[in-house]
Design a protein around this ligand. Structure first.
Ligand code: A3P
Length: 307
């Protein structure tokens, strides 16, 4: 399969105008009508923005630093809301090691409270009462590093069938031809929502990199939890890229065992801010800056793309 042909298989979601698969479209209403609970915590993000990192951080704080419990697979502790409806129907069989598609929603519904649910869906496509009922932690990352990380993600995951180069991927990204696009659509909507809704905490990947301890405290405060200095130090240690990338409960290395990932490459790839500088020519970088500026016109959000 060629990538352009594959893109034609994507659909514009309703009502948000987001790019998702037809398989998602069949389940969009069910997901929209999902029953949320007041003690749910949701982690939202655009793919490759530091979701897994934030999920592990939030799970540990919500579960009073239960490092023993955190040895269980993160996907089980914190399910991916729209998975596997997100992936093309014909590809679901590659996930034969997981519970059948029709059981997936029941699993989410039956999870014990407090549930920690991960999603990349924009607010428009999520249960409308979500931000008035639950706690939502959103994590955003500068678009240049998201593009690089998403490119490698397309190379890693077999069913993306992507064999283009970085530059062509960056153009696809800016043309909204990737799952969950438009990138700025969801980032800006959540940014605005977080301004006047105390249930929404907006984090940046770059702040997590720069001051992990400070961001952990911020999340703990948001969730109404207190941490001892010892717990805080343990969390910081546990959540460094070095440690998390070696943690088999979190690093998704089993994707290789199950044949879903290609053998060369890792989900926990590099964990840096500014990696884009190795890939984008000055001209490419200028085009992304121009696209970013155009999309951020009128918004007070600012991204840091080097630290
Ligand atoms: P890179 O591809 O740039 O390395 P997501 O979980 O949203 O898919 O995001 C994945 C990105 O977060 C990857 O980025 C991954 O390496 C990075 N990441 C995961 N854990 C991290 C950590 N502890 N510190 C820094 N980056 C981390």
């Amino acid at each position: 399969k060629e990538f352009p042909e594959y893109v034609e298989g994507l659909v514009r979601g309703d009502p948000g105008g987001f790019v998702l698969t037809p398989h998602y479209g069949e389940h969009a209403e069910e997901l929209y009508n999902f029953h949320v609970r007041p003690d749910d915590i949701w982690v939202l993000s655009f793919p490759k923005s530091g979701t897994t990192w934030t999920q592990e951080l939030v799970w540990l704080i919500a579960n009073d630093c239960d490092f023993e419990g955190a040895k269980r697979d993160l996907n089980v502790r914190s399910p991916f809301f729209e998975f596997p409806y997100l992936i093309p129907r014909q590809e679901v069989s590659s996930y034969g090691h997981l519970p059948p598609v029709e059981k997936q929603m029941q699993i989410r519904e039956k999870l014990e409270s407090p549930r920690l649910i991960k999603t990349h869906l924009p607010l428009d496509l999520l249960p409308p009462q979500l931000t008035d009922t639950c706690k939502v932690v959103y994590v955003a990352r500068n678009p240049k590093d998201v593009i690089v990380s998403y490119y490698y993600h397309h190379k890693l995951i077999k069913f993306h069938y992507f064999d283009g180069d970085m530059e062509s991927f960056a153009h696809r990204f800016m043309k909204d031809q990737v799952w969950y696009a438009p990138y700025f659509g969801q980032v800006l909507a959540t940014w605005e929502k977080a301004k006047n809704n105390p249930n929404v905490l907006f984090l940046f990947y770059e702040d997590l990199k720069k001051d992990l301890g400070g961001q952990i405290k911020k999340v703990a405060h948001f969730l109404g939890k207190s941490l001892t200095d010892e717990q805080l130090a343990k969390l910081v240690h546990h959540l460094t890229f070095e440690n998390l990338s070696k943690n088999s409960a979190v690093n998704k290395e089993d994707g290789k065992k199950h044949g879903v990932f290609n053998a060369d490459g890792n989900f926990m790839r590099k964990g840096e801010t500014g990696d884009w500088q190795r890939y984008f020519s000055p001209e490419m970088s200028r085009q992304i800056d121009e696209w970013t500026e155009l999309n951020l016109r009128g918004s007070d959000i600012t991204f840091v793309d080097k630290i």
